[in-house]
Design a protein around this ligand. Structure first.
Ligand SMILES: [Zn+2]
Length: 364
C-alpha cells in the first residue's frame, strides 16, 4: 500500500507577501510531516511534479486567462512587485510557473495511480484552484487543478466516470461553473459533491441546493450548504444520506477531492466547527466507496486552510487514512453540532435536496 505525496519547493515561489494564502501553509505541512517521519516510512512516496502543457490547461481555461496569468507574472518580475488579478488574488513573478507545476503535480499523481506505482495520493500544491472558472481567476486561485485533473482523466486516460468531492469551507464555484453543463469531452461523466458553509454567510455566496447542473450535467451538481458552526457530524449526514447512495448508483472509476482545511473551528476566515480529525473521518467513508468501485483510486488536492498548525495535523490525518492507518490519527476533543442545527439538516435540508435530485437518481 503506497500513498503518493506531491510536493516541490516551486510551490513556495508563488510568494504573495502577507496574504493569508501564504507559502507558510505548505512549509508548516511539510515540517509537520517530516517531524513525524512520514517520508522515512516506505508506505509514503514523495512525487515530484511536472509542468502541465498549455493544451492541458486549455481543457478548462480560455487562452485569454492563461495569457493574463503569464503577463501579470511577467509584470511582477519586471517591477519586482506583487501584482493582483482581483481584490483577493495576488501574483508573484513565479506564479505562472508554480501554477503550471500545481496542475502538473496533480497530473503526475494521476499517472502514478493509474500505473499502480501508488494506490492513492495527496497533492500538496499551491496556488489552489477551485474558485477559478474558464475565464476568470478568483478567490486566491489560479488554474483549476481539480477540473483539469478530471478532464485529463477523460481525454488522455480513457476514464469515463469521475466523482469530484469538494470539502473546502468555501463553495467551489469555479469547478461548478466549468462543469455546470457536464464535461465537454465526449464520453466523460462527472459528478460533483460540494459541501461548504452556507453561501448567505460566506464567500463566494453560491452553492445552493437548487444549483443542480443542466444539459449533460443535469442532476450531477450536488451542493450541501451547511449553516455556520456545523461540526464533524454535519458532513457525515451528507455522506450517509446523499453521497453514499448516489455513488453506489454512479459507480465512479476515480475520485478527486478538493480538500480545504478551512472548516476547522479556529479558522479565522470562516465560521465552522470541524476538528482536525473531521476531514479524515469523512475521508474514511469516501475511501470505502473508492475501494468498492474505483480500485482505491483517490487523489486529494489541497485548496484552502488558514489556521496552519491545525491544517498540518488535518492533512497528516488524511494521509494516514489514505494509507489505511486509521489507528494513527491525531485527535483533538470532539465537537458536535447543536441539536437545532442537526434537526435543520435532517428534517429540512436533506429532504429538500433529495427532492431536487429525485428525478435524476433512482436511489431517491
Ligand atoms: Zn476555502
Amino acid at each position: 500500500m503506497t500513498t503518493g505525496i506531491v510536493y516541490d519547493d516551486i510551490y513556495l515561489e508563488h510568494r504573495i507577501g502577507t496574504h493569508v494564502e501564504s507559502h507558510f501553509r505548505l512549509i508548516e505541512i511539510m515540517d509537520f510531516l517530516k517531524s513525524n517521519k512520514i517520508f522515512e516510512n516506505p508506505n509514503f512516496k514523495l512525487i515530484k511534479p511536472r509542468l502541465a502543457s498549455l493544451d492541458q490547461i486549455k481543457y478548462v481555461h480560455e487562452e485569454s486567462l492563461i495569457n493574463e496569468v503569464r503577463e501579470i507574472s511577467d509584470l511582477a518580475e519586471k517591477t519586482a512587485r506583487i501584482q493582483s488579478l482581483d481584490m483577493d488574488t495576488s501574483v508573484s513573478s513565479k506564479t505562472y510557473e508554480a501554477s503550471l507545476y500545481s496542475v502538473g503535480g496533480n497530473l503526475q499523481a494521476i499517472d502514478e495511480i493509474l500505473s499502480g506505482n501508488i494506490q492513492n495520493g495527496f497533492a500538496l500544491v499551491r496556488p489552489p484552484g477551485h474558485h477559478s472558472n474558464s475565464f476568470r481567476c478568483a478567490g486566491f486561485c489560479i488554474f483549476n487543478n481539480i477540473a483539469i485533473g478530471a478532464e485529463y482523466l477523460f481525454r488522455e486516460k480513457n476514464v469515463k466516470k469521475v466523482a469530484i468531492i469538494d470539502w473546502d469551507c468555501h463553495h467551489g464555484n469555479g469547478t461548478q461553473d466549468i462543469f455546470y453543463h457536464g464535461s465537454k469531452s465526449k464520453e466523460g461523466q462527472l459528478i460533483i459533491f460540494n459541501s461548504h458553509q452556507d453561501g448567505r454567510t460566506l464567500y463566494p455566496g453560491s452553492g445552493f441546493i437548487g444549483e443542480t447542473g443542466s444539459g449533460k450535467g443535469e442532476g450531477k451538481i450536488i451542493n450541501y450548504p451547511m449553516p455556520p458552526n456545523a461540526a464533524d457530524d454535519a458532513i457525515i449526514i451528507y455522506f450517509d444520506e446523499i453521497i453514499s447512495p448516489i455513488l453506489s448508483e454512479f459507480k465512479p472509476e476515480f475520485i478527486l477531492i478538493s480538500a480545504g482545511f478551512d472548516t476547522h473551528w479556529t479558522d479565522e476566515l470562516t465560521n465552522m466547527g470541524w476538528t482536525i480529525q473531521g476531514p479524515a473521518n469523512y475521508l474514511k467513508r469516501i475511501k470505502k466507496v473508492a475501494e468498492e468501485y474505483a480500485n482505491d483510486r483517490i487523489l486529494i488536492t489541497l485548496e484552502g486552510g488558514y489556521q496552519i498548525d491545525k491544517q498540518a495535523r488535518a492533512v497528516y490525518n488524511c494521509l494516514r487514512v489514505l494509507n489505511n492507518e486509521e489507528e494513527n490519527l491525531i485527535l483533538e476533543k470532539s465537537r458536535s453540532s447543536e441539536q437545532a442545527l442537526l434537526d435543520y439538516l435532517n428534517k429540512k435540508l436533506i429532504p429538500a435536496l433529495k427532492d431536487k435530485l429525485s428525478s435524476y437518481w433512482n436511489c431517491f
